[in-house]
Ligand binder design. Structure first.
Ligand code: GDP
Length: 333
């Protein structure tokens, strides 16, 4: 595939939908030549990205994410926004299949011209999938989408990854009070800017109220973030399209407050720097694990540590030394 970067970027900036799909496919490609072109493309469009509100949404399978995102997306389109929905599916790397992508999702929303719905990139490490989604986000912004929703299943580390690439992170919960806060991990609670209790309808109303109280009291143990933002717990019925306007009000208010305090773009700058370092660490880790000399030594070291022949820190020193030496040899240093 020969790609004309100048043409692709001008079509992308002109809002052409086909160009967006093509650019994302390019970003997702593992081929070295595509990576090179993708980098050129990203450099070209980066100055035109950023003009959106980036919203992260997570929750267990079945909580109602696609129903909710569809309702929120349609609501926002009615308000004049253009909405892109991206996803990070952490399960594809484990099972090869996917929780998010296998069924037809958000059919009504996908059919709208003002919406762009893209399933999760498949395969590779969570870091790799997250990178592709993050880069796709910039492409969507350059293509004229001013609301970006990044969705993930609430398992593993993917929520933290999503929270680290968005302006506002929303955690979706079921109306199950008493289930020990539904196993929400502390780390996830700490990155949530709002919690939505979905399916607050029909027989569930009482349970939803109870869950709300429980979550609010759990949240009161956490420190409020700078600017005094108190994480709200909102009752929603995505199915009946109730409470969607409240969620949007909360997001708008959050963005307004953060912008007035000058914190909105600070968060993005910090995310960009954190992202750079995470990518460096992940890259070094990958290099290390691909280096046979090092992994051979690591196996010996693990055994030695278990047998109490060497302390973990000396073993680590030995592995790092070996890594440094092999890198120097490769570089001819
Ligand atoms: P996801 O796996 O998190 O994307 O969940 P889905 O959006 O696919 O929803 C899972 C099931 O819950 C579907 O049968 C939906 O119709 C249902 N559902 C979603 N939202 C609501 C809601 O607000 N109320 C009720 N009663 N059911 C809902």
């Amino acid at each position: 595939m020969k790609i004309d970067v100048a043409k692709l970027s001008s079509e992308l900036l002109a809002g052409k939908r086909k160009a967006l799909a093509k650019a994302i496919t390019l970003i997702e490609s593992k081929k070295a030549e595509h990576r090179k072109v993708a980098k050129e493309l990203l450099e070209k469009i980066l100055p035109y990205s950023g003009k959106s509100v980036r919203i992260g949404i997570s929750g267990v399978p079945g909580v109602g994410k696609s129903t909710f995102i569809e309702a929120l997306g349609l609501y926002l389109i009615d308000k004049g926004y253009r909405v892109a929905v991206l996803a990070i599916d952490p399960t594809s790397q484990i099972s090869g299949g996917s929780i998010l992508g296998d069924k037809t999702r958000m059919e009504v929303l996908s059919r709208r011209d003002e919406a762009f719905v893209r399933p999760s990139p498949s395969g590779g490490s969570l870091g790799g999938v997250a990178r592709k989604t993050r880069e796709s986000m910039f492409l969507c912004e350059a293509n004229g989408y001013n609301i970006i929703i990044v969705e993930t299943v609430g398992i593993g580390q993917s929520e933290i990854k999503v929270a680290s690439m968005v302006d506002f992170f929303l955690l979706m919960q079921l109306p199950n009070a008493g289930d020990e806060l539904q196993g929400i991990k502390r780390g996830v609670m700490e990155v949530a800017n709002a919690i939505v209790i979905n399916k607050a309808d029909s027989d569930n109303m009482e349970k939803a109220q109870l869950a709300k109280k429980q979550l609010e009291s759990a949240l009161s143990f956490f420190l409020m973030s700078e600017g005094g933002w108190k994480v709200p717990v909102l009752l929603v019925s995505a199915l009946e399209k109730r409470g969607i306007d409240n969620v949007w009000e909360v997001i708008e208010k959050y963005v307004r407050i953060k912008k007035s305090l000058g914190k909105f773009f600070d968060r993005r700058k910090k995310q960009a720097i954190d992202w750079m370092w995470t990518t460096v660490y992940e890259g070094i880790r990958e290099m290390l694990l691909e280096n046979k000399n090092v992994t051979d030594l690591a196996i010996d070291m693990e055994k030695a540590v278990i047998d109490n022949k060497i302390t973990p820190s000396f073993a680590a020193d030995a592995i790092i030394e070996k890594f440094k030496k092999t890198i120097c040899l490769e570089d001819g240093l």
